[in-house]
Structure formats: structure tokens, C-alpha cells
Write a protein that binds this ligand. Structure first.
Ligand SMILES: NC(=O)c1ccc[n+]([C@@H]2O[C@H](COP(=O)([O-])OP(=O)(O)OC[C@H]3O[C@@H](n4cnc5c(N)ncnc54)[C@H](OP(=O)(O)O)[C@@H]3O)[C@@H](O)[C@H]2O)c1
Length: 218
């Protein structure tokens, strides 16, 4: 049985990704600061860890051991600048680098960025960290010399607690431009994460992909 580690697994997109991998008979390690709404499954293991404590990441990875797929999904918006940079950018890069040494050839790393990587965002640090992780993924793909396939997923608005932080008028305005006229559901984004983690062609190493956005591009 293969193992995936998913950050931000307690709710929203990360939790939907946990369910998708469990349905497909993966062993899943979920990371978040708390799991109030517990996920009960014999193949699921919850790891409480604050990703803003980036200096503890390499010890955390040592404790976890080998994995086959890393999903860097945890993210924060409208927080203090240093905290956003730590969680949205430094932690995913540190996790990728530390786990890479324990991942077999052909493994995958998927990082969840945002359409904001391209459009910008009212929370400047949010948009900037999302653009930075798209770029960092390209660098990691080169660093790992095709041994690990690294991609970024850039969702448009998704129906989660994070979207609830955005004023309703802005959400409405964003949705008017979307093909379905509504935010994506977490399960729809989880399908794309699963695809990138298991099926994407190695030729796409380093690329980024949109889901639930106004226009599609890679
Ligand atoms: N929702 C959207 O419209 C949207 C659109 C584009 C991209 N995204 C991206 O999609 C990803 C998931 O977002 P979401 O909408 O599912 O958000 P969410 O519902 O707010 O969930 C965020 C997850 O990240 C975890 N997390 C936050 N800070 C953490 C920390 N310091 N250490 C460990 N875990 C932490 C949270 O758990 P704890 O709070 O318990 O730690 C939670 O599990 C994020 O990267 C986000 O930027 C979201």
C-alpha cells in the first residue's frame, strides 16, 4: 500500500483529498494543527504539527519516514506576513526537500497554489506566496533531476472555510466569471490533486495547472 502525506488535512480541500486517497486504498498521513472533526479510517493517521515552525520540519520528516506522495495543501490567508510566508512557501519547500531524500524514483509532489498566483490578490502576501510556490516548484523539479515529478495546482474559488473569509460581493463577482457560475467543491479540487499525484505525465514536471478558474492554462 502506498503512502501519501497531505498537509492541511483537517478540513476543506485537504480533507477532501484525504477521502479521495483513502477511497483509492492509500495509506494517508494528514497534517494540521488540530483535527476537531476526526477522520475515522484504519488507513488514516493524524499528525498534529504547526507548519509555521519551519525549523522543526526536518525532525518532523525524520519521524514520519518514507512516503510516496507529498501533497502540500495547507495554506493561510489574511494572516501576518511572516506567518503566511512560512506556511504557504517555506514549509512546502522544506517538506519537499526533506521528504525527497526518502521518496522512491517516480514519486510525486503536488503543491496547492491559487489562481491568485497569476491574478494577484487583495492580501498581497497571499498572492505573492502562491506565485512563489509555482516558481519554487519549477526549481524543485530541476533540483530533483526528474527523479520526483513536481507540479502545482492553482484553484479558483473553492467552497471552504477560507472562501468564507472573502467578502460576499467579491465572491459573487469572481463566480460570475467562472464556467459553472459557482465556486468549485473541495472534492472537485481533490480529483485534480489525485490526478497530478498519480497520473500526470513525467513530461509535465515543474508545470502548474488550473482548476475551477476563468480560463484554463498550464
Ligand atoms: N478555498 C479557496 O477558495 C482556495 C482557492 C485557491 C487556493 N486555495 C488553497 O487551497 C489550500 C487549502 O485551502 P482550503 O480552502 O481548504 O482552506 P481551509 O479550509 O482554511 O483549510 C486550511 C487547512 O490548512 C491547515 N493549516 C493552516 N495553517 C496551518 C499551520 N500553520 N500548520 C498546519 N496546518 C495548517 C488547516 O488546519 P489547522 O487550522 O487545524 O492547522 C486546514 O486543515 C490552501 O493552500 C489555499 O491557499 C484555496
Amino acid at each position: 500500500m502506498k503512502t501519501v502525506l497531505i498537509t492541511g488535512a483537517s478540513r476543506g480541500i485537504g480533507r477532501a483529498a484525504v477521502e479521495k486517497f483513502l477511497e483509492n486504498e492509500w495509506r494517508v498521513i494528514g497534517v494540521a494543527r488540530n483535527f476537531e472533526n476526526k477522520i475515522e479510517h484504519p488507513n488514516f493517521m493524524a499528525e498534529i504539527f504547526d507548519l509555521s515552525e519551519t525549523e522543526k520540519i526536518s525532525a518532523f520528516v525524520e519521524k514520519i519516514g518514507a512516503i510516496d506522495v507529498l501533497v502540500n495543501n495547507a495554506g493561510v490567508m489574511n494572516a501576518e506576513c511572516d506567518f503566511e510566508i512560512a506556511v504557504n512557501l517555506v514549509a512546502p519547500v522544506e517538506l519537499a526537500r526533506s521528504f525527497s531524500q526518502k521518496m522512491p524514483a517516480g514519486s510525486r509532489i503536488v503543491s496547492v497554489a491559487s489562481v491568485a498566483a497569476e491574478t494577484g490578490h487583495p492580501d498581497i502576501w497571499y498572492g505573492a506566496t502562491k506565485a512563489a510556490i509555482v516558481n519554487a516548484t519549477k526549481s524543485l523539479a530541476i533540483e530533483f533531476s526528474s527523479r520526483i515529478i513536481c507540479t502545482t495546482l492553482c484553484p479558483g474559488p473553492v467552497e471552504t472555510a477560507m472562501l468564507a473569509q472573502i467578502p460576499a460581493e467579491r465572491v459573487q463577482m469572481l463566480c460570475q466569471k467562472l464556467p459553472n457560475g459557482r465556486p468549485a467543491f473541495p472534492a472537485e479540487v481533490a480529483d485534480s490533486i489525485y490526478f497530478l499525484a498519480t497520473k500526470i505525465s513525467p513530461e509535465k514536471n515543474g508545470e502548474h495547472f488550473s482548476v475551477g478558474c476563468e480560463k484554463t492554462e498550464s
